[in-house]
Design a protein around this ligand. Structure first.
Ligand SMILES: Nc1nc2c(ncn2[C@@H]2O[C@H](COP(=O)(O)OP(=O)(O)O)[C@@H](O)[C@H]2O)c(=O)[nH]1
Ligand SMILES: [Mg+2]
Length: 207
């Protein structure tokens, strides 16, 4: 358990030190970019060059210049505060890898669902997954260059999100932007936990 520490900007003592977070969302929304920009360790990523075969099944409309695709997961770590280390697990975006999500989400305390407003429907499945699992999540709109800027409330309506689900805007390429998203998630976890109680045994990351 985290100890009290005045230099800790998060003040989240009811959360464990190691916090597993899923980075979810559809294909090409910026999950790998998000994990890579944030990770203080060399991020692990299993990428493969899109083959002609998978190019036929992975929807690339609106995803220019994307030559690689995550086939298993992205993994990164960030020390958010002296007593909160986040382990980021990027989920594979393509439908043919969804069978892995259940296993990946084991022990995760919460999720960031990345969304691209040009292809919001690509993030429906991730929202649905978190809602069904009762996993607290925030939606982070990755503001791609050239994409129309929508207000957070418009995105909430389009994704049919409950009022308590935070919606934030971000740039997945920028570390400080990703950190703001993670702090929003931590805040949301604290709010959720203080209202529902916590299950720390289940939630502690098993090393
Ligand atoms: N302009 C811009 N490009 C981005 C941003 N985030 C990701 N990308 C690019 O979009 C493509 C898809 O991102 P990637 O992280 O691989 O998506 P993933 O499939 O969700 O892991 C890559 O070519 C990224 O360089 C962003 O915020 N702005
Ligand atoms: Mg990826």
């Amino acid at each position: 358990m985290a100890s009290s520490n005045d230099s800790d900007p998060v003040h989240a003592e009811i959360l464990p030190v190691g916090i597993k977070v899923l980075i979810a969302g559809g294909f090409g929304v910026g999950k790998t970019t998000f994990v890579n920009a944030l990770s203080e360790i060399e991020p692990l990523s299993t990428e493969e060059i899109l083959t002609a075969v998978s190019a036929a099944t992975d929807r690339l409309d609106g995803v220019k210049n994307k030559a690689t695709t995550t086939v298993s997961l992205d993994f990164g770590r960030i020390t958010l505060s002296p007593s909160h280390i986040l382990y980021l697990f990027g989920t594979p975006g393509q439908e043919r890898f969804w069978f892995m999500w259940d296993e990946l989400s084991e022990g995760a305390l919460g999720a960031v669902v990345l969304a691209d407003t040009r292809r919001l429907e690509h993030s429906f499945a991730a929202v649905d997954f978190c809602e069904r699992r009762g996993m607290p999540f925030v939606v982070a709109v990755n503001e791609f260059d050239g994409a129309h800027r929508y207000r957070a409330e418009e995105v909430r309506t389009a994704l049919d999100l409950r009022q308590e689900v935070p919606v934030v805007l971000c740039d997945a390429r920028i570390q400080s932007s990703g950190i703001s998203v993670l702090l929003e998630l931590i805040q949301h976890l604290l709010t959720t936990r203080s209202s529902h109680g916590s299950d720390t045994d289940q939630s502690l990351l098993r090393a």
